[in-house]
Design a protein around this ligand. Structure first.
Ligand SMILES: *[C@@H]1O[C@H](CO)[C@@H](O)[C@H](O)[C@H]1NC(C)=O
Ligand SMILES: *[C@@H]1O[C@H](CO)[C@@H](O)[C@H](O)[C@H]1NC(C)=O
Ligand SMILES: *[C@@H]1O[C@H](CO)[C@@H](O)[C@H](O)[C@H]1NC(C)=O
Ligand SMILES: CC(=O)N[C@H]1CO[C@H](CO)[C@@H](O)[C@@H]1O
Length: 258
């Protein structure tokens, strides 16, 4: 339909978009996306942390919020009274967190005062948030955990990778994802005015692991099929049916509390 309109305007007008479409996105286009930079809407992640009744629910919701290509995996540890939850992007795609290859995006720490500190890392390093008492997800994580590998009492089981990826693909094809991306866009403008220059400068603070990942994507050409950009080049309806499109079966649900 768009193409027809462009063609009816004449060959010269149509030539621009057609050539652009054939060439595909450039590496720089991809690298400029928040997904490539590992940036994520941390206000929505915090809300998901408060609302989720299980690790599974939290993992699914965080992956719906994120717009990058890797899966976000989590792990939790305890040191005395201090509980820490970390979120990492699985840059090497093996469905588990590898400190030597993956990239940490955020942490949520509960101190002995039962209060919480949430912060972002690298590209998200502008983000710091303190919030008050509540048990939230940690209660579930502690009760449900057997003591996990390397002192982490919870980490996303690698066997969940395929299911998480499928859920996310379904979600990204649904109209609900359009609602999430507008939330991400308004989060970005909020942070740009609130955190100002720290928000801008943290974008360029890329970890060693992410920078290796970016050059691998460049050399292999994988950036051309990245979800981070293919979405913005496709025409999405402006449907706001936020509750719709949660695929993956009745066992999961998202509660959108205010
Ligand atoms: C870059 O990010 C790391 C990890 O979050 C942080 O420790 C460091 O201070 C940041 N550097 C700059 C210049 O912001
Ligand atoms: C999502 O859309 C893409 C591209 O249109 C398609 O290749 C893929 O099969 C779809 N996936 C699902 C789960 O609908
Ligand atoms: C990934 O980060 C870890 C921790 O900072 C570092 O030890 C490791 O060398 C990094 N790996 C790459 C490939 O940059
Ligand atoms: C932080 C984040 O994910 N921001 C994205 C939110 O959605 C808008 C619109 O798709 C993107 O431009 C942002 O990069």
């Amino acid at each position: 339909m768009r193409l027809g309109t462009a063609l009816s305007l004449g060959g010269i007008v149509a030539a621009g978009p057609l050539i652009a479409a054939c060439g595909g996105p450039s590496y720089d286009d991809w690298a400029a996306t928040d997904g490539a930079a590992g940036r994520i809407n941390l206000d929505d992640v915090q809300q998901a942390f408060k609302d989720s009744d299980s690790a599974t629910e939290f993992e699914r919701r965080v992956n719906e919020i994120y717009e990058g290509d890797g899966l976000i995996l989590i792990r939790a540890s305890q040191d005395g009274q201090t509980l820490t939850l970390e979120g990492w992007e699985d840059l090497n795609n093996d469905n588990e967190i590898d400190d030597a290859a993956d990239d940490q995006l955020f942490s949520i720490v509960r101190g002995s005062d039962n209060e919480y500190d949430m912060r972002g890392y690298h590209g998200n390093g502008y983000y710091n948030s303190h919030f008050g008492a509540g048990d939230f997800l940690f209660t579930y994580l502690i009760i449900s955990s057997l003591s996990g590998p390397r002192g982490y009492y919870y980490s996303t089981p690698p066997s969940r990778g395929t299911e998480m990826r499928n859920q996310r693909t379904t979600y990204r094809n649904s109209s609900a994802y359009g609602g999430q991306t507008s939330r991400n866009a308004s989060y970005n403008s909020r942070q740009a005015s609130f955190a100002g220059s720290r928000y801008q400068s943290s974008r360029g603070n890329v970890s060693g692991n992410r920078s290796s990942y970016q050059s691998t994507q460049r050399t292999s050409g994988s950036f051309r099929t990245s979800n981070s950009i293919s979405r913005s080049s496709s025409v999405r309806s402006s449907s706001r049916s936020f509750g719709g499109g949660f695929g993956g079966g009745g066992a999961f649900r998202v509660r959108l509390r205010s």
